[in-house]
Design a protein around this ligand. Sequence first.
Ligand SMILES: Nc1ncnc2c1ncn2[C@@H]1O[C@H](COP(=O)(O)OP(=O)(O)OP(=O)(O)O)[C@@H](O)[C@H]1O
Ligand SMILES: [Mg+2]
Length: 270
Amino acid sequence: MLEIGAVRKVFNPGTPNEVRALQRVDLTLDDGSFVAIIGTNGSGKSTLLNVVAGTFYPDSGTIRLGGADITRWPEHRRAKLIGRVFQNPFSGTAPSMAVAENLALAARRGKPRRLGWSVGRQMKGELLERVRQLNMGLEDQLGDPIGVLSGGQRQALTLLMATWLKPDLLLLDEHTAALDPKSADQVIELTDQIIQREKLTTLMVTHSMHQAANLGDRLVMMHRGGVIQDFRGSEKRRLRVDDLLARFEEVRRAEQLDETAAGMLRQAYV
Ligand SMILES: Nc1ncnc2c1ncn2[C@@H]1O[C@H](COP(=O)(O)OP(=O)(O)OP(=O)(O)O)[C@@H](O)[C@H]1O
Ligand SMILES: [Mg+2]
């Protein structure tokens, strides 16, 4: 279980560039829950994933994973429990290393080095099998450097690496946004398969209303550093793309009204 409690994060505090990126966010994920996160640009989605992964610490609040308070754990310590895939297909891999080497590294994560050698042949077999299951043609490219793969192949590979040893939590930050539509569909289908098969507790940020409506068992909407909507159960299952677009439109209108009101206030005081 992931428990995010009253988490706040302010960037550049006390300066003209101050940004309240997270404003007391509470969010609890049950084990095996697959949560999609949507929200306007700058609403704090990536910041939320970053404080969970330990890229930086929150200013206040707590983060617990599997009952342990990990709020002050350094990123590398959390990396043993958390798998991550970013938007940029190059993140999380070593581009000059071969596909097989990258996968072997992922498979050895957290294990003492000397154990790595004893896996040898068995590992090769498993590697080939898992890569075949991806159905991305990677089995013929095991010896090629990652740098020559297509974006879709790279994201599929990164996904496989992030989940090779079942993580307690999987974090996906718009991991299909940089792909062409066909590759994005392939990678998203793989994502769903792996999450369902391994029953992974997952937070997936997406800009795709289609993905948000059709994937996962829960949908969280963020705005201005807070959670403004949380759909689950039958409510989530009934959600359609049009409902989400309508909700976004409401948020946008409220924002405009806010700006108009602020403008009128400014005028009243000049
Ligand atoms: N390292 C940083 N330093 C300063 N400001 C930051 C930093 N990271 C994020 N911000 C600011 O915090 C706010 C939230 O950013 P965040 O990246 O979490 O938004 P997001 O919801 O992921 O947006 P997008 O949909 O564009 O990816 C934004 O105003 C952003 O400019
Ligand atoms: Mg983001």
